[in-house]
Design a protein around this ligand. Structure first.
Ligand code: NAD
Ligand code: ZN
Length: 355
């Protein structure tokens, strides 16, 4: 097996925060060097998340390592497993997914409570350890997500971040079938999957985003109502009008700027849930304390998902109920993809092949 594994590969790498991403040669860790619990993956493809752009810019308060090989929603095949690995749930030849949580210790308080995303010893793909913008990747047998049959790798990739994240946000939104959910950012990578998971859960969707392409996508995926944030003068009034004057039961905000958050408290009905998912770099949440209390509103920060959320999200996608809408590009085109993401030009996702 090891003879077929090259010693060098192509990766997309950012030398320092804010520098342009470049394609470079990079060593491949040999199977003999893998630590127990590590596995080597030959990557098929990877999605590009808006988080990767935040990481490349280094614009968040928590800084990534540099040089940075980004990427955290990829699918590959296991080509080696570290010697002395115990109780591996995967074997050589399996197709697995890599998500934002590259690995968690499974022993700290947060892990014991199932909050692996807040693990005290977390390894984060494409942030604190090398990510999926690479032809070969070291990952962790206990944290990768097995990819079921019946879903193409390209369709599975973005479920591992975008899908898991919105699935979990909806799961904890305390909504019931028939409730209204507002999705600001609905035409983007996370948002277009949120439309579908919400429909799968029996929710009624009000999609908010900008432009005709995103309107068409959201409507085709099952959004019952559409609001164009670039045209609508009063989003609160419009959401209330669409919900018989009462407001929505929940909002899952997936905009990368703070603008998607501003009206949410006002258009939620009593006991509504604001699920904060989008991560604008420096914004604060400007919510009326009076109405947050008076309306019994819950503001819930929702951060990716644990291994179980990933299995649930990928199984729903593999059943055919949720489909990532993606365009294929090559790893070498990533710089252009970042430009398009920054301008809000991508409806759905871009998935990169590893050529
Ligand atoms: P994206 O660029 O694909 O989608 C964002 C969408 O928001 C775009 O379609 C854009 O047109 C739309 N938008 C911008 N302003 C808007 C407004 N005022 N109202 C409605 N829509 C508006 O990005 P993405 O990959 O879906 O990621 C979105 C955000 O979620 C990023 O900040 C990313 O870092 C974050 N994220 C968070 C988690 C988490 O665990 N919480 C996980 C993944 C990504
Ligand atoms: Zn992501």
């Amino acid at each position: 097996m090891s003879q077929q594994i090259p010693t060098s590969q192509k990766v997309a790498i950012v030398a320092s925060s804010g520098a342009r991403v470049q394609i470079k040669d990079h060593p491949v860790k040999s199977p003999e060097q893998l630590a127990p619990g590590e596995c080597l993956l030959k990557m098929h493809c990877t999605g590009v998340c808006h988080t990767d752009l935040h990481a490349a810019m280094g614009d968040w308060p928590v800084k990534p390592m540099t040089p940075l090989i980004g990427g955290h929603e990829g699918v590959g095949t296991v080509v080696a497993i570290g010697k002395n690995t115990e109780r591996s749930p995967i074997k050589i030849g399996d197709r697995v997914g890599v998500k934002w949580i590259a690995d968690s210790c499974r022993d700290c308080e947060q892990c014991r409570k199932g909050h692996e995303q807040n693990c005290e010893n977390i390894k984060i793909s494409g942030y604190t350890v090398d990510g999926t913008f690479s032809q070969y990747l070291v990952s962790y047998v206990h944290s990768v997500t097995p990819i079921p049959e019946g879903i193409e790798s390209e369709a599975a990739a973005s479920i591992l971040c975008a899908g898991v994240t919105v699935y979990r946000a909806l799961k904890y939104s305390e909504t019931s079938p028939g409730d209204w959910v507002v999705l600001p950012g609905a035409g983007g990578g996370l948002g277009h999957l949120a439309v579908q998971y919400a429909r799968y859960m029996g929710l009624r969707v009000i999609a908010i985003d900008g432009g005709e392409e995103k309107r068409e996508l959201c409507k085709a995926l099952g959004a019952e109502q559409w609001i164009d944030f670039t045209q609508c003068k009063d989003i609160v009034a419009e959401v209330k009008r669409l919900t018989d004057g009462r407001g929505a039961h929940a909002a899952v905000v997936t905009t990368a700027s703070s603008s998607g958050y501003t009206q949410a408290i006002d258009y939620l009905r009593d006991n509504g849930h604001l699920m904060a998912v989008g991560l604008p770099a420096k914004a604060t949440l400007d919510a009326s304390i009076f109405f947050t209390v008076f309306k019994s509103i819950t503001i819930h920060g929702s951060y990716v998902g644990n291994r179980q959320d990933a299995v649930e999200a990928i199984n729903i996608a593999a059943s055919g109920a949720v489909k990532c809408h993606y365009k294929m590009r090559k790893l070498s085109e990533i710089d252009q993809v970042y430009d398009d993401l920054a301008k809000g030009k991508i409806a759905g996702r871009v998935v990169l092949s590893m050529e």
